[in-house]
Design a protein around this ligand. Structure first.
Ligand SMILES: Cc1cc2nc3c(=O)[nH]c(=O)nc-3n(C[C@H](O)[C@H](O)[C@H](O)COP(=O)(O)OP(=O)(O)OC[C@H]3O[C@@H](n4cnc5c(N)ncnc54)[C@H](O)[C@@H]3O)c2cc1C
Length: 545
């Protein structure tokens, strides 16, 4: 008996053909928008979410992949923010155990006072986590530090501090949250862009105009409450509401480099609490590679594909090299990616992002448009709860309670084999293996250097709403982020499998490859190195959307 496919685009499109008003319409399918859609759907509201490209296309696929309270915010004395995030960290681990794991971190100490100072600070971190603590923070001696991280520079090393935080796969969690929303009755569409807000005679927002980017068909979609969850695009939506609206968001760029596992061969991550210019840098094991980042560069403009600046790349390589005995060179970088923090803009016009609050902000415009911005991936659930509480206060929705605290996310299971890369699919892993059993060719690898299988492409199209080669290679399997050149090499195979699944022709495949290569080339370091001047020009050229 064949099961109804809830994630089928045609079926989802039929759901928006009805003239009935949506209770809640969310613009933006990053962590924030998806969280709101989930909260709304689970409360029982008729919910629609529209994403202009793909789930987590924006910042939400470009994070440091940490589920954390923020050791840095602890240092800044923001205990409330840290406590809230540590609680959410615990819930994320419970609700999506297939994607969130307990990660050990070591702070290497090269100063005599480091051990005491960081152990004390992290004890406060443990206390704030309460019963959702992931493990005790303890000082470790020089020998244990070097035994655990063999690639750490031994000269002048005094010892280390071991602590625990969460680590996850950001875009896979986004896709699984999208699936959960649909299972709970919401309608979600990716590649669907909001182009206008509609208003009633009193100037109150009562829906949106949106376009299916695959067919260019336009839809007018009425809604009781419209929520703007568009990250660094927030101000664009605010200006659709009021062309004179003040900017609410200031983009701050953070980049990451991905290296081979040999640079950090053990299980532990490294946390460098204070780099030369006072930032925090992480080296974290991720999908059998090492993720190194990040930076904090305030920009005037935003784009869907921000580009790393040369000075940011140099900063990360230099900092890594001052801690690692195995030297990192540009040629070792497998992938480089940049993301933009949608920080709440300071109203005094100041430049310092460290002084811009990292907590989330909810704004209700005179037109009743609700905007949620700031925050972080770790707190997506709480941000959604707060947003929906405000939405209910607008008086257009019947009051219903939040029910996401202990809600399992699609794929959640405790039966995991961390040595199998398919374990990120959680309870779906079995169905992927069944695909391979039925068609053994689907068990072949997409590229000899990478773990990903042809079956994952089929799965992504049939069950995870992937529509383009980029959707698959960037956000379903993480090939673009793990080894950009290998991802470019495997793209033709992915296009071929997708064309069969989606019933597309050769021309579609060619266009997909051209589009993919144009994006992926910026993730290959050697090719993406341009002068800062050139890059600034690119940054100012907004990708048209
Ligand atoms: C470098 C970096 C590292 C980070 N590391 C961490 C970390 O380790 N842990 C953590 O908890 N947090 C981290 N964060 C923060 C976290 O990633 C962000 O707070 C979060 O992803 C923001 O999600 P969002 O949904 O608000 O924005 P986005 O993910 O950018 O989503 C907004 C979406 O809106 C869509 N959109 C825009 N306009 C329209 C339109 N007109 N119609 C339809 N859709 C539209 C966009 O395409 C986009 O997908 C990090 C952030 C950065 C930049």
């Amino acid at each position: 008996m064949s099961k109804v496919n809830l994630y089928n685009r045609e079926a989802l499109l039929q759901q928006i053909d009805s003239p009935d008003k949506w209770d809640v319409l969310i613009i933006g399918g990053g962590a924030t928008g998806l969280g709101v859609a989930l909260d709304s759907a689970v409360r029982g509201y008729r919910t629609l979410l529209l994403e202009q490209v793909d789930y987590a296309k924006g910042t939400s696929s470009r994070s440091t992949k940490l589920v954390h309270g923020g050791v840095r915010y602890l240092a800044q004395g923001d205990l409330g923010l840290v406590k809230e995030a540590l609680y959410e960290r615990g819930l994320m681990l419970q609700n999506a155990p297939h994607l969130v794991k307990n990660q050990s971190f070591i702070i290497p100490n090269y100063k005599w006072w480091g051990g005491i100072f960081y152990t004390l600070g992290l004890k406060v971190y443990d206390l704030l986590a309460g019963r959702l603590s992931l493990g005790k923070s303890i000082p470790i001696d020089r020998k244990e530090t070097l035994d655990r991280i063999g690639t750490l520079k031994p000269e002048k090393l005094k010892g280390g501090v071991l602590y625990h935080d969460g680590q996850f796969d950001d875009s896979r969690l986004a896709v699984n949250i999208a699936q959960t929303c649909i299972e709970k009755g919401a309608t979600l569409l990716n590649h669907f862009q909001v182009t206008q807000l509609t208003k009633d005679g009193e100037g109150i927002v009562n829906g949106v105009v949106a376009m299916d980017k695959e067919t260019n068909k336009e839809y007018v979609l009425p809604a009781k409450v419209v929520i703007n969850a568009t990250g660094v695009f927030t101000d664009q939506i605010l200006k659709m509401d009021n062309k004179d609206a003040k900017n609410m968001v200031r983009p701050s760029q953070g980049i990451h480099l991905v290296l081979d596992k040999s640079f950090l061969p053990g299980e532990d991550a490294i946390m460098i609490p204070k780099t030369n210019d006072g930032r925090v840098l992480f080296l974290v094991p991720w999908h059998n590679r090492v993720l190194v980042g990040t930076t904090d560069t305030v920009l005037d403009d935003h784009s869907l594909e921000p580009i790393a600046l040369d000075k940011e790349i140099d900063f990360i390589i230099e900092t890594a090299n001052s801690y690692l005995s195995k030297r990192v060179g540009r040629e070792d970088v497998l992938s480089i990616f940049a993301g933009l923090r949608p920080l709440a803009a300071p109203q005094d016009g100041s430049e310092k992002t460290k002084e811009i609050s990292r907590s989330h902000k909810i704004l209700i415009s005179n037109s009743h448009l609700l905007t949620i911005t700031g925050g972080k991936w770790t707190t997506y659930r709480k941000m959604a709860e707060d947003t929906m509480e405000k939405a209910i206060k607008l008086g257009k929705l019947p009051k219903k309670e939040c029910a996401t605290t202990h809600l399992p996310i699609h794929g959640a299971t405790q039966e995991l084999d961390p040595t199998d890369h398919l374990s990120v699919y959680g309870s779906d892993r079995k169905a992927i293996l069944e695909l391979i059993e039925k068609s053994p060719k689907l068990g072949e690898k997409l590229h000899p250097k990478m773990e990903f299988l042809c079956a994952e492409v089929v799965w992504a199209v049939r069950n995870e709403m992937a529509r383009t080669v980029e959707d698959v290679l960037a956000r379903r399997v993480r090939a673009l982020f793990l080894d950009a050149q290998a991802s470019i090499d495997m793209a033709p195979k992915v296009a071929e499998i997708m064309a069969l699944e989606l019933n597309r022709d050769q021309a579609w495949q060619q266009k997909q490859l051209a589009d993919y290569n144009a994006i992926a080339i910026h993730y290959v370091l050697q090719e993406s190195v341009a002068s800062d001047k050139q890059q600034k020009i690119n940054l100012k050229t907004k990708i048209s959307n």
